[in-house]
Design a protein around this ligand. Structure first.
Ligand code: SF4
Length: 423
């Protein structure tokens, strides 16, 4: 949206200036996100008197009536029309766009191919190749907000990636709400393995990173391909949510702790240096202390390298919001703290394994705030801090990892060392 608006002559104002147009792209993944979305809308209205206020995104899609209660909003626009916002804003037509349209996202089958499909930070842009989800896990609001699974055509994925290299990019992150379902909606049907094979054949960029893939959808072929082809980053992110089979069943997650264990061990066998990130959802209704400890012990025993820990948040309209035996918020906090501590320990243990080793990092656009050092990411997702000049930003450089200090990985550029680089 920003890209399209800028191309049409709009420009972003300084935070201290008043805007005449505010677009708030909302989130609703947790209760807190919905609350923060409402706060952002109110703040935009307060700080920009007279501005045209447009609210879009997942909260606008699922709870338009809640936004409608806020005075001063001009348009509430769901996902179906989200990418028409620049046209709506710039249109000189007499017939104004309605204040509120309720759109049924579940009947949407078209993958919205936006002109600027790539987004995110400058160094490692995101390319969204899939949207929506058909899984309806019992705690999750996403299918109601994003609709059915739909994918970008393989040719368009390749075309988008190919445009990145001449534009100066070295890495792209392939994202989707349910990446493992990529291509299953297309006709003829395809899948993620086929897409990755095609990317590998056309070799359009230095690095391709995959975002989250469900444990049961991470096929042997995908792991083997990542291990074999240099283009793919040695990095997997796998949502476990719970390591207790009963809770997994109640969550409507179609795998067991044993399948998850096998998947992690398989990655580790073929790619012993791979980063393996895991999502956990803590405090699902009925999660006993024993069930929580099952998750904790499973992660502890496996070569998982970092964790994302989410407290359960009851989402209106989902089955789990009506489930008995809710876990009290204090217990959820205590369990989250314990899980985060485990995640931190595993991450530090992983980093330490690479001390003294040569790695290649992609230097990011912004320096590390606290140290002022350049920061670059390895293929296996280690953020390495090095001393160096600004001209190295957005380049791939060889470095040696020296040590871990205050939780940060410190390294030295090979150009500053007098030894050959052997990766
Ligand atoms: S697979 Fe992921 S996005 Fe889909 S319903 Fe389950 S948690 Fe939500």
């Amino acid at each position: 949206m920003a890209h399209q608006l800028k191309n049409s002559g709009c420009y972003p104002v300084h935070p201290k200036e008043k805007a005449n147009l505010c677009i708030i792209n909302t989130c609703t993944v947790t209760q807190k996100a919905s609350m923060q979305s409402r706060q952002a809308v109110r703040k935009a209205i307060r700080s920009n008197p007279g501005a045209r206020i447009i609210v879009t995104g997942c909260y606008a899609q699922t709870e338009p009536d809640e936004i409608n209660k806020i005075d001063g909003v001009h348009h509430i626009i769901g996902h179906t029309d989200k990418f028409k916002i620049p046209d709506i804003v710039l249109s000189k037509e007499k017939e104004p766009y309605p204040h509120l349209i309720r759109q049924n996202i579940l009947s949407e089958h078209h993958f919205e191919h936006t002109p600027a499909a790539v987004s995110g930070n400058r160094t490692r842009p995101f390319l969204k190749i899939q949207d929506g989800c058909d899984s309806f896990c019992t705690y999750c609001i996403v299918p109601y907000a994003r609709g059915r699974s739909r994918s970008m055509l393989i040719e368009n994925v390749l075309k988008n990636i190919k445009q990145l290299k001449p534009a100066g990019y070295h890495e792209v992150v392939l994202t989707g709400v349910h990446l493992g379902a990529y291509g299953l909606d297309l006709s003829p049907k395809t899948d993620l393995t086929e897409l990755l094979n095609r990317i590998c054949e056309s070799n359009p960029i230095d690095r391709v990173r995959l975002s989250s893939i469900e444990p049961h959808e991470l096929t042997d072929n995908i792991v083997r391909l990542v291990a074999k082809a240099d283009i793919f980053c040695h990095h997997f992110h796998i949502p476990l949510q719970s390591g207790d089979d009963l809770i997994l069943k109640k969550m409507h997650r179609p795998y067991t702790r044993s399948l998850f264990r096998n998947q992690i061990l398989k990655i580790n066998e073929l790619l012993p240096d791979a980063a393996i990130g895991v999502d956990t959802l803590i405090g699902f209704p009925g999660e006993t202390q024993k069930a929580f400890e099952n998750t904790l012990s499973l992660i502890d025993e496996l070569p998982v390298t970092y964790l994302h820990v989410f407290p359960f948040s009851a989402r209106k309209g989902t089955p789990a919001s009506r489930y008995p035996k809710p876990v009290d918020s204090k217990t959820i906090k205590v369990r989250c703290k314990k899980m985060r501590a485990l995640g931190h320990r595993k991450k530090m243990d992983f980093y330490k394994k690479f001390t003294g080793k040569p790695v290649e990092i992609l230097i990011e656009d912004k320096r590390d705030r606290s140290t002022g050092l350049l920061k670059g990411i390895t293929s296996n997702y280690i953020p390495v801090h090095v001393n160096g000049d600004d001209h190295l930003k957005n380049t791939l450089v060889p470095v040696k990892i020296d040590k871990i200090k205050n939780g940060k990985v410190l390294g030295t550029l090979y150009s500053h060392l007098h030894e050959p680089f052997e990766s």
